[in-house]
Design a protein around this ligand. Structure first.
Ligand code: TA6
Length: 291
Protein backbone atom coordinates (compact mmCIF):
# COMPACT_ATOMS: atom_id res chain seq x y z
CA UNK A 1 0.00 0.00 0.00
CA UNK A 2 1.10 3.58 -0.54
CA UNK A 3 1.68 6.27 2.04
CA UNK A 4 0.72 9.90 1.61
CA UNK A 5 1.99 13.08 3.33
CA UNK A 6 -0.47 14.50 5.84
CA UNK A 7 -1.90 13.76 9.27
CA UNK A 8 -3.21 10.25 9.81
CA UNK A 9 -6.41 10.70 11.83
CA UNK A 10 -7.43 7.05 11.69
CA UNK A 11 -5.79 3.91 10.30
CA UNK A 12 -5.45 4.62 6.57
CA UNK A 13 -7.20 8.00 6.76
CA UNK A 14 -4.95 10.97 6.09
CA UNK A 15 -5.95 14.61 6.24
CA UNK A 16 -3.82 16.49 3.73
CA UNK A 17 -3.64 19.38 1.33
CA UNK A 18 -3.47 18.87 -2.42
CA UNK A 19 -3.26 21.73 -4.91
CA UNK A 20 -3.60 24.02 -1.89
CA UNK A 21 -7.01 22.64 -0.89
CA UNK A 22 -7.92 20.62 2.21
CA UNK A 23 -8.46 16.97 1.35
CA UNK A 24 -8.89 13.52 2.90
CA UNK A 25 -7.14 10.44 1.52
CA UNK A 26 -8.40 6.96 2.47
CA UNK A 27 -6.14 3.99 1.92
CA UNK A 28 -6.82 0.31 2.61
CA UNK A 29 -6.26 -3.11 1.07
CA UNK A 30 -8.91 -2.33 -1.57
CA UNK A 31 -7.09 0.75 -2.89
CA UNK A 32 -7.25 4.47 -2.25
CA UNK A 33 -9.47 7.49 -2.73
CA UNK A 34 -9.11 11.25 -2.35
CA UNK A 35 -11.89 13.70 -1.52
CA UNK A 36 -11.56 17.50 -1.37
CA UNK A 37 -13.58 19.38 1.24
CA UNK A 38 -14.16 21.85 -1.62
CA UNK A 39 -17.48 20.61 -2.95
CA UNK A 40 -16.89 17.28 -1.13
CA UNK A 41 -15.48 16.33 -4.50
CA UNK A 42 -14.09 12.84 -4.87
CA UNK A 43 -11.29 13.18 -7.41
CA UNK A 44 -9.41 9.89 -7.24
CA UNK A 45 -10.48 6.29 -6.84
CA UNK A 46 -7.73 3.77 -7.57
CA UNK A 47 -8.46 0.10 -6.82
CA UNK A 48 -5.42 -1.74 -5.50
CA UNK A 49 -3.26 -2.93 -8.39
CA UNK A 50 -5.46 -1.32 -11.04
CA UNK A 51 -5.58 1.98 -12.97
CA UNK A 52 -7.45 5.03 -11.63
CA UNK A 53 -11.18 4.76 -12.37
CA UNK A 54 -11.92 8.48 -12.33
CA UNK A 55 -10.64 11.13 -14.74
CA UNK A 56 -9.26 14.51 -13.68
CA UNK A 57 -8.28 17.18 -16.18
CA UNK A 58 -4.64 18.16 -16.19
CA UNK A 59 -5.93 21.71 -16.62
CA UNK A 60 -8.37 21.64 -13.73
CA UNK A 61 -8.40 24.63 -11.42
CA UNK A 62 -8.28 24.18 -7.66
CA UNK A 63 -9.70 27.45 -6.37
CA UNK A 64 -12.50 28.31 -4.00
CA UNK A 65 -15.61 29.16 -5.94
CA UNK A 66 -14.50 27.23 -9.03
CA UNK A 67 -15.61 23.67 -9.89
CA UNK A 68 -12.87 21.04 -10.15
CA UNK A 69 -12.92 19.47 -13.63
CA UNK A 70 -13.13 15.75 -13.06
CA UNK A 71 -13.85 13.14 -10.41
CA UNK A 72 -17.39 13.30 -8.99
CA UNK A 73 -18.74 16.86 -8.88
CA UNK A 74 -21.99 17.19 -6.93
CA UNK A 75 -24.73 18.98 -8.86
CA UNK A 76 -27.30 20.37 -6.39
CA UNK A 77 -29.95 21.85 -6.04
CA UNK A 78 -30.35 22.20 -9.81
CA UNK A 79 -28.82 20.50 -12.85
CA UNK A 80 -27.42 22.46 -15.79
CA UNK A 81 -28.35 26.12 -16.14
CA UNK A 82 -30.70 27.59 -13.51
CA UNK A 83 -34.27 27.45 -14.80
CA UNK A 84 -34.89 31.20 -14.59
CA UNK A 85 -31.74 33.05 -13.53
CA UNK A 86 -28.70 32.72 -15.85
CA UNK A 87 -26.58 34.54 -13.29
CA UNK A 88 -26.84 31.59 -10.90
CA UNK A 89 -24.05 28.98 -11.16
CA UNK A 90 -24.53 26.07 -13.56
CA UNK A 91 -25.27 22.78 -11.79
CA UNK A 92 -26.12 24.58 -8.54
CA UNK A 93 -23.79 25.63 -5.75
CA UNK A 94 -22.80 22.41 -3.93
CA UNK A 95 -19.70 21.70 -6.02
CA UNK A 96 -18.19 25.09 -5.19
CA UNK A 97 -19.11 25.29 -1.50
CA UNK A 98 -16.80 24.15 1.33
CA UNK A 99 -18.14 20.98 2.99
CA UNK A 100 -17.20 20.15 6.60
CA UNK A 101 -15.30 16.91 7.07
CA UNK A 102 -17.27 14.81 9.59
CA UNK A 103 -14.75 12.03 10.07
CA UNK A 104 -14.22 8.41 9.09
CA UNK A 105 -15.35 4.97 10.12
CA UNK A 106 -13.68 1.63 9.45
CA UNK A 107 -15.81 -1.52 9.17
CA UNK A 108 -14.71 -4.97 8.03
CA UNK A 109 -11.83 -3.62 6.01
CA UNK A 110 -13.81 -0.81 4.35
CA UNK A 111 -13.21 2.88 5.03
CA UNK A 112 -15.99 5.48 4.99
CA UNK A 113 -15.34 9.21 4.94
CA UNK A 114 -18.15 11.75 5.31
CA UNK A 115 -18.70 15.42 4.60
CA UNK A 116 -21.61 17.82 5.18
CA UNK A 117 -22.99 21.07 3.82
CA UNK A 118 -25.66 22.86 5.85
CA UNK A 119 -27.59 25.83 4.49
CA UNK A 120 -25.87 29.13 5.20
CA UNK A 121 -26.10 32.75 4.07
CA UNK A 122 -24.37 31.99 0.77
CA UNK A 123 -26.64 29.09 -0.13
CA UNK A 124 -29.78 30.93 1.04
CA UNK A 125 -28.92 33.78 -1.32
CA UNK A 126 -29.10 31.30 -4.19
CA UNK A 127 -31.77 28.91 -2.85
CA UNK A 128 -33.80 30.15 0.16
CA UNK A 129 -34.31 26.80 1.88
CA UNK A 130 -32.92 25.00 4.95
CA UNK A 131 -31.24 21.67 4.19
CA UNK A 132 -28.39 19.39 5.18
CA UNK A 133 -26.48 17.59 2.45
CA UNK A 134 -23.93 14.85 3.11
CA UNK A 135 -21.44 13.10 0.88
CA UNK A 136 -20.26 9.66 1.99
CA UNK A 137 -17.51 7.77 0.14
CA UNK A 138 -16.91 4.14 1.06
CA UNK A 139 -13.70 2.43 -0.07
CA UNK A 140 -14.27 -1.32 -0.15
CA UNK A 141 -14.30 -4.08 -2.78
CA UNK A 142 -16.23 -1.45 -4.78
CA UNK A 143 -16.51 2.32 -4.40
CA UNK A 144 -19.82 3.48 -2.94
CA UNK A 145 -20.71 7.17 -3.16
CA UNK A 146 -23.81 8.45 -1.40
CA UNK A 147 -25.33 11.92 -1.67
CA UNK A 148 -27.91 12.39 1.06
CA UNK A 149 -30.21 15.41 1.36
CA UNK A 150 -32.34 16.18 4.45
CA UNK A 151 -35.16 18.72 4.39
CA UNK A 152 -34.63 20.97 7.40
CA UNK A 153 -37.16 23.52 6.19
CA UNK A 154 -40.83 23.93 7.10
CA UNK A 155 -41.66 23.80 3.39
CA UNK A 156 -41.30 21.11 0.75
CA UNK A 157 -37.84 20.89 -0.86
CA UNK A 158 -37.94 20.50 -4.64
CA UNK A 159 -34.52 19.98 -6.23
CA UNK A 160 -32.44 18.30 -8.92
CA UNK A 161 -29.18 16.49 -8.18
CA UNK A 162 -26.41 14.55 -9.85
CA UNK A 163 -23.20 12.77 -9.08
CA UNK A 164 -21.59 14.06 -12.27
CA UNK A 165 -18.96 11.31 -12.53
CA UNK A 166 -16.03 11.57 -14.96
CA UNK A 167 -14.68 8.11 -15.78
CA UNK A 168 -11.16 7.51 -17.11
CA UNK A 169 -11.06 5.56 -20.40
CA UNK A 170 -8.19 4.51 -22.65
CA UNK A 171 -9.71 5.94 -25.86
CA UNK A 172 -13.30 7.15 -26.22
CA UNK A 173 -13.30 5.87 -29.81
CA UNK A 174 -12.99 2.31 -28.44
CA UNK A 175 -15.59 2.63 -25.69
CA UNK A 176 -19.10 1.16 -25.62
CA UNK A 177 -21.70 1.98 -22.98
CA UNK A 178 -24.22 -0.77 -22.18
CA UNK A 179 -27.35 -0.77 -20.05
CA UNK A 180 -29.47 2.00 -21.52
CA UNK A 181 -31.29 -0.06 -24.16
CA UNK A 182 -34.98 0.79 -24.25
CA UNK A 183 -34.62 3.99 -22.24
CA UNK A 184 -36.00 7.28 -23.52
CA UNK A 185 -33.60 10.17 -23.65
CA UNK A 186 -33.31 13.86 -24.42
CA UNK A 187 -30.47 14.55 -26.84
CA UNK A 188 -29.12 18.01 -25.90
CA UNK A 189 -26.85 18.12 -28.96
CA UNK A 190 -29.51 17.22 -31.55
CA UNK A 191 -32.27 19.04 -29.62
CA UNK A 192 -34.71 16.15 -29.77
CA UNK A 193 -35.94 13.15 -27.79
CA UNK A 194 -35.57 9.51 -28.80
CA UNK A 195 -35.52 5.92 -27.61
CA UNK A 196 -32.23 4.06 -27.09
CA UNK A 197 -32.72 1.13 -29.42
CA UNK A 198 -29.14 -0.20 -29.62
CA UNK A 199 -27.85 -2.23 -26.68
CA UNK A 200 -24.49 -0.45 -26.96
CA UNK A 201 -23.87 3.27 -27.22
CA UNK A 202 -20.60 4.18 -28.96
CA UNK A 203 -19.00 7.59 -29.38
CA UNK A 204 -18.03 9.41 -32.57
CA UNK A 205 -18.98 13.03 -31.78
CA UNK A 206 -20.16 15.33 -28.97
CA UNK A 207 -22.63 13.39 -26.86
CA UNK A 208 -24.92 14.94 -24.26
CA UNK A 209 -27.93 12.78 -23.43
CA UNK A 210 -30.28 12.73 -20.45
CA UNK A 211 -31.80 9.24 -20.11
CA UNK A 212 -34.79 8.30 -18.02
CA UNK A 213 -33.15 5.24 -16.50
CA UNK A 214 -32.52 3.65 -13.12
CA UNK A 215 -30.57 0.79 -14.67
CA UNK A 216 -26.94 -0.08 -14.06
CA UNK A 217 -24.48 0.76 -16.85
CA UNK A 218 -21.32 -0.93 -18.04
CA UNK A 219 -18.47 1.07 -19.59
CA UNK A 220 -16.59 -1.32 -21.90
CA UNK A 221 -13.14 0.22 -22.37
CA UNK A 222 -11.64 -1.63 -25.37
CA UNK A 223 -8.32 0.21 -25.32
CA UNK A 224 -7.64 -0.73 -21.69
CA UNK A 225 -9.42 -4.09 -21.77
CA UNK A 226 -11.40 -2.97 -18.69
CA UNK A 227 -15.06 -2.84 -17.79
CA UNK A 228 -16.40 -0.35 -15.24
CA UNK A 229 -19.83 -1.13 -13.79
CA UNK A 230 -21.92 1.79 -12.54
CA UNK A 231 -24.81 0.62 -10.39
CA UNK A 232 -27.12 2.97 -8.53
CA UNK A 233 -30.16 3.44 -6.34
CA UNK A 234 -32.27 6.52 -5.71
CA UNK A 235 -31.53 7.80 -9.21
CA UNK A 236 -34.00 7.86 -12.10
CA UNK A 237 -31.83 9.79 -14.54
CA UNK A 238 -28.56 8.83 -16.25
CA UNK A 239 -26.65 11.56 -18.10
CA UNK A 240 -24.05 10.58 -20.70
CA UNK A 241 -21.59 13.26 -21.78
CA UNK A 242 -18.48 13.63 -23.87
CA UNK A 243 -17.68 17.17 -25.10
CA UNK A 244 -15.64 15.98 -28.12
CA UNK A 245 -13.26 18.25 -29.95
CA UNK A 246 -14.86 21.69 -30.29
CA UNK A 247 -16.44 21.88 -26.84
CA UNK A 248 -13.23 20.58 -25.22
CA UNK A 249 -11.32 23.37 -26.96
CA UNK A 250 -13.74 25.96 -25.57
CA UNK A 251 -13.19 24.91 -21.97
CA UNK A 252 -10.09 26.44 -20.37
CA UNK A 253 -10.00 23.75 -17.67
CA UNK A 254 -10.13 20.91 -20.19
CA UNK A 255 -7.15 19.94 -22.37
CA UNK A 256 -7.90 20.03 -26.10
CA UNK A 257 -7.10 16.32 -26.49
CA UNK A 258 -8.51 15.15 -23.14
CA UNK A 259 -11.95 14.29 -24.52
CA UNK A 260 -10.44 11.02 -25.73
CA UNK A 261 -9.62 9.95 -22.17
CA UNK A 262 -12.94 10.48 -20.40
CA UNK A 263 -16.64 9.69 -20.38
CA UNK A 264 -19.24 11.09 -18.01
CA UNK A 265 -21.88 8.62 -16.84
CA UNK A 266 -23.83 10.65 -14.30
CA UNK A 267 -26.30 9.31 -11.76
CA UNK A 268 -28.95 11.96 -11.30
CA UNK A 269 -32.53 13.05 -10.68
CA UNK A 270 -33.38 15.82 -13.11
CA UNK A 271 -36.46 17.33 -14.79
CA UNK A 272 -39.55 15.21 -14.15
CA UNK A 273 -37.42 12.97 -11.91
CA UNK A 274 -36.55 15.88 -9.58
CA UNK A 275 -36.74 15.08 -5.87
CA UNK A 276 -39.46 16.46 -3.60
CA UNK A 277 -39.00 16.11 0.16
CA UNK A 278 -41.50 16.94 2.88
CA UNK A 279 -40.11 18.67 5.99
CA UNK A 280 -37.88 16.26 7.88
CA UNK A 281 -37.63 13.75 4.99
CA UNK A 282 -34.33 12.49 3.60
CA UNK A 283 -33.29 11.17 0.18
CA UNK A 284 -30.16 9.19 -0.75
CA UNK A 285 -28.70 8.93 -4.23
CA UNK A 286 -26.24 6.01 -4.14
CA UNK A 287 -23.73 4.94 -6.80
CA UNK A 288 -21.67 1.75 -6.64
CA UNK A 289 -18.66 1.68 -8.95
CA UNK A 290 -16.50 -1.34 -9.72
CA UNK A 291 -13.65 -1.07 -12.16
O1 TA6 B 1 -23.76 16.67 -17.70
C1 TA6 B 1 -23.54 17.19 -18.97
C2 TA6 B 1 -23.50 18.70 -18.87
O2 TA6 B 1 -24.73 19.22 -18.43
C3 TA6 B 1 -23.06 19.24 -20.22
O3 TA6 B 1 -24.13 19.90 -20.88
C4 TA6 B 1 -21.89 20.16 -19.88
O4 TA6 B 1 -22.35 21.46 -19.62
C5 TA6 B 1 -21.34 19.45 -18.65
O5 TA6 B 1 -22.50 19.11 -17.91
C6 TA6 B 1 -20.29 20.20 -17.85
O6 TA6 B 1 -20.86 21.33 -17.23
P1 TA6 B 1 -19.84 22.31 -16.42
O7 TA6 B 1 -20.71 23.36 -15.84
O8 TA6 B 1 -19.15 21.46 -15.40
O9 TA6 B 1 -18.87 22.79 -17.47
Amino acid sequence: MHSWPGTEEAPGVVRCHEHGLEAVRAINAHGSLLVFCHGAQLVDYTPEGRAPVLWLSRQSRFENGVAIRGGVPICFPWFGAHASDPKKPAHGFARTRPFRYLGSSLTLGTTKVSFELVADEATRALWPFEFRACLHAVLGPELVVEFEVENRDQRELDFEEALHTYFSVGNIGQVALEGLEGAGYADKVAGMSALQRESRLTFTSETDRVYQSSAPCRIVDGARGREIVVDKSGSATTVVWNPWIEKARRMSDFGDDEYTAMLCVESANTGDARVRLAPGEKHVLRVTISG
